[in-house]
Design a protein around this ligand. Structure first.
Ligand SMILES: Cc1cc2nc3c(=O)[nH]c(=O)nc-3n(C[C@H](O)[C@H](O)[C@H](O)COP(=O)(O)OP(=O)(O)OC[C@H]3O[C@@H](n4cnc5c(N)ncnc54)[C@H](O)[C@@H]3O)c2cc1C
Length: 413
């Protein structure tokens, strides 16, 4: 089978990996050159611990509280936009205990599948992306946040995840070089982390060696359809015949799907990060600073801080106060960490593709019989990349899928 994938982010490349492995002839069309983008500057967590979808009870009230401050971790740019309103309506409808209870097992299945698969992928493409399997800390400053996190740990155990509940001194013992200021933490031991940029480079190199064709700096501008098939992909560099198509364009899924007459509910959720290249006394564990709603990841002497969720449409404008919120939280949780505020021009930003219910879209495009959609992984694209790629490979090769994918249906809204 000749398969064309549009989008060279983690989801496109993982799909290419499994499709190539199964003997398909794969081409990736990418507007950029696969050296930057949302799949590069993120925090690099693979987090089976994140089985609770973003749309969950209490999230809307919390979001509204955060909107008041310019350095808060959440922001919606107020605007009259029909897509945003429909998205917001479905987000609100999904943010209840019943929907979360329905969706969490599906998210868990995809996360655990992906976590299992990364081990084989690492073995095949080479140990070149600083992967460490020591878990991830959910660090809490306030006792009530810690109590809530302990409660989540109970749910995690129900899903078969290994957790450790840690008091202040026990967390400090894990970080002997840097003073901490926290009430305690939960260590989710099945989580792992790696350098996402190095992972993207390693995966692309591997795919090139295996004969995957990359059409870089090439933007898809339209499609030619016949009956219920896409027969040609139109780009700014010419047209390409199409046998099987996978759309994996991240936050740009709605405009690309629209060219095929498909309406997808998805909003870009901007996040920021900054990477310190040399931190003398660095932390040892990646951590989510739960009350600060941001995250911190060490790789040797390197350290990345990042976070925020800004729903302000497709743009790459950096609001410096939001980075200040992330930096201040990092300093607050780790008073012993010697880091300066990032220089303004060096702050990275990326757009997470956010669906209203926190589940990705994985499956056939409605009304077309040679198109699959893979995207909308929001804050979990790295965590769910391998599983998603595997499922896309199975669907194209008409095999049964490793997990039930009914909850990820593209036409569910
Ligand atoms: C601050 C931050 C921290 C994060 N941390 C984590 C984390 O620790 N763990 C985790 O699991 N996830 C994390 N994420 C989320 C993760 O980065 C995303 O879910 C993931 O990168 C999305 O991958 P993707 O392949 O769907 O999209 P992308 O990486 O955005 O790739 C889509 C590609 O499609 C291309 N494209 C778009 N339109 C066209 C077109 N018309 N023609 C050709 N090409 C096109 C784009 O150029 C782009 O390269 C984080 C995100 C942010 C912002």
């Amino acid at each position: 089978m000749k398969v064309t994938i549009i989008g060279g982010g983690i989801i496109g490349l993982c799909s290419a990996y499994y499709l190539q492995k199964e003997g398909n002839e794969v081409t990736v069309i990418e507007r950029g050159d696969i050296t930057d983008g949302c799949s590069f500057g993120n925090m690099g967590y693979m987090s089976p611990s994140h089985f609770i979808p973003l749309a969950s009870p209490g999230i809307i009230a919390e979001g509204i509280r955060h909107m008041i401050s310019s350095s808060s971790p959440f922001y919606i740019k107020p605007r009259l936009n029909a897509d945003l309103m429909r998205w917001g309506y479905h987000f609100w409808k999904s943010s209840n205990a019943r929907t979360v209870a329905q969706n969490a097992p599906h998210l868990n299945a995809l996360l655990q599948l992906s976590r299992r698969l990364i081990k084989d992928m690492r073995q095949e493409i080479g140990d070149r992306f600083d992967m460490e399997e020591k878990g991830c800390l959910m660090l809490c400053k306030q006792q009530k946040t810690l109590d809530h996190e302990f409660h989540l740990a109970d749910d995690a155990e129900q899903f078969g995840l290994k957790v450790e509940r840690l008091k202040r001194d026990e967390v400090q013992a894990l970080e002997p070089d840097v003073e901490l200021n926290v009430a305690g933490a939960v260590l989710f031991k099945d989580d792992c982390h790696f350098h996402p940029g190095k992972m993207m480079v390693a995966l692309k190199d591997h795919l090139e060696k295996k004969g995957v064709d990359f059409l870089l700096n090439t933007t898809v501008t339209g499609f030619e359809k016949r009956n219920e098939q896409v027969v040609s992909i139109l780009t700014d560099k010419g047209d390409h015949p199409c046998e099987q198509l996978v759309l994996a364009t991240g936050s740009w899924l709605p405009p690309v799907a629209k060219m095929l007459g498909i309406k997808l509910l998805l909003q870009p959720g901007k996040g920021y990060s900054y990477t310190y290249d040399h931190v003398e006394k660095n932390i040892r564990y990646p951590a989510i600073l739960v009350d600060g709603r941001c995250a911190i990841t060490p790789w040797g002497n390197r350290l990345r801080i990042g976070g925020t969720m800004e729903l302000s449409g497709i743009n790459n404008k950096v609001l410096i106060n939001r980075m200040k919120g992330i930096y201040d939280s990092a300093r607050d949780f780790y008073p012993g960490l010697k880091i300066d505020f990032p220089p303004a021009g060096k702050i990275w930003n990326g757009l997470r593709p956010v669906t209203p219910d926190g589940l990705p879209y994985i499956g056939p495009a409605p009304g077309l019989n040679n198109v699959l959609i893979a995207g909308g992984h929001a804050m979990l694209g790295i965590s769910e990349g391998t599983g998603t790629g595997k499922i896309i490979g199975q669907l194209i090769n008409q095999q049964s899928t490793s997990i039930d994918i009914s909850a990820f249906r593209v036409d569910r809204f």
